[in-house]
Structures are given as C-alpha cells and as structure tokens.
Write a protein that binds this ligand. Sequence first.
Ligand SMILES: C[S@@+](CC[C@H](N)C(=O)[O-])C[C@H]1O[C@@H](n2cnc3c(N)ncnc32)[C@H](O)[C@@H]1O
Length: 248
Amino acid sequence: MSSTQLYDTIGATYTATRRTEPRIAAQVWAALGDARTVLNVGAGTGSYEPADRDVTAVEPSALMRAQRPAAAAPCVAADAEHLPFADQSFDAAMAFATIHHWPDPIAGLREMRRVARRVVVFTHDTSDAGWLHRFWLTRDYLPEVGDLRVGRPSLTDLAGAIGARVEPVLVPWDCVDGFFEAHWRRPEAYLDENVRRGVSVWSRVGADAEQRAVRDLRDDLASGRWAERNRDLVDLDAAELGLRLLVA
Ligand SMILES: C[S@@+](CC[C@H](N)C(=O)[O-])C[C@H]1O[C@@H](n2cnc3c(N)ncnc32)[C@H](O)[C@@H]1O
C-alpha cells in the first residue's frame, strides 16, 4: 500500500486525536524565523500551520485534504518528491510528522530545499541503536516498530541531504497532539482504540502485534508491573524520546 493510500484508508478519524501541540508548535515556528511565505508539505488536516504567515499546503491524500477546516490555508494535491513549484518560491518549507511516510524522503527533502530558502522538518531519530529502548512502549510491548525503520535513511543521512542542524524536541507529559509517543506518562491512553487509530504505526505493525501489545499493557497496568518498571517517569514533565527538528 502506498503512503497516500494508507492515509486514504486510516485518515478518517485523524482529527479526533491529532491537533496542534502549542509547545512544540512554538519550537517549529521559531525555527521558521522571519519567513513570510511558508509551504507545509504532507500537511494533513493543517496542524502546525502558523496563522500569522502566508501558508500554502501540499497533501496527497484526498481524505486528509477533505478534513482541512474551511479557513485553513489553500492545499495542493501533490507528493513531497514532486513539488509543483518554481525554485526558491517560498521563504520556508516545513514538514511535520510526515517524512517517515514518503517513499523517498531524501528526494522530498531536496525538493523542499529547492523551492524554499529555509527548511524545517519534525521527525524522529532512528539512527541510534538504542532508540527502541528510549520509549517503554516500543521496548516492552511493540518491538515490531523496529522493523519499520529497515531500509529507511538515518537521521544523519536526512540532515546531511539538506545541510540541516538537529534540535531535540521534548514531549510534554500532557502533549495534546496524539502522536505515537504523546502518552508516555499516560499509559492507559494506549488501551483506547481511538488513540491508536490516530497513529499509523499501529496499522503498520499489523493487528496481531497490536492486540498482543494492548493485552500485555493492560495486564501490566492492572498488576502494577508497568508502574514498577517506569517509576522514574512519574516526576518528569517532558521526555526525550528521540523526536527531532531538522533546520536548514
Ligand atoms: C501523520 S500525518 C501528518 C499530517 C500533518 N503534517 C500533521 O502534523 O498533522 C502524515 C501525512 O503525510 C502524508 N503523506 C504521505 N506520503 C506523502 C508524500 N509522499 N508526500 C507528502 N505527504 C505525504 C499523508 O497523506 C498524511 O497526511
């Protein structure tokens, strides 16, 4: 299944759990600097589009485009790898939580670099051998997530393709954008089918792995095993879970 077909299949309930997290948005918007015109690539329903700039969105999935609010920025149907814009036509191009879906992320990043003077990308670091162990959900319940990075470029390769610097992005304990890592201090949330349906990882690992992970987590929450294993998290307000901003 292509990445566009995936979102034409799983995207129907996206806005139930996915929305702009203001603290992460502030970091993204600061990285955009003084850009007046901004291209948002893989824009989905419009989260993280700065209201005070002139935004153009690009989104290949018709189902995702259809869920954009009426007042959202104009949206063009296209792939990151083939942006239908002239060289240097935007002050900045941004991409949030999307490049892991692109068939050729390096080509997409080079396209962003071609059409914009500044590039800001929110993604995650899969290049560290220990990444799987930073987050209890992948470490203890869903190691299959590791298979999803096979054949994908490392963060170093991605950053190198556009000459980007890398900034860590911490995840607040009460993060309001329900991406995969968002509920790191609220484990019961992952038992909720609606929470899982807003995150493509759960569909990509397959129903068997999903059901096993949820069953094991439910058992460990009930027995106190989760609390015992993760007692260090209770006092943290934000966690470093390998999320990164590339800024070029
Ligand atoms: C997790 S959603 C993120 C949407 C939005 N940026 C947000 O933060 O809510 C990933 C999006 O990437 C889009 N996508 C998939 N393949 C793409 C490609 N090759 N080029 C651009 N966008 C793509 C999907 O259709 C989907 O809307």
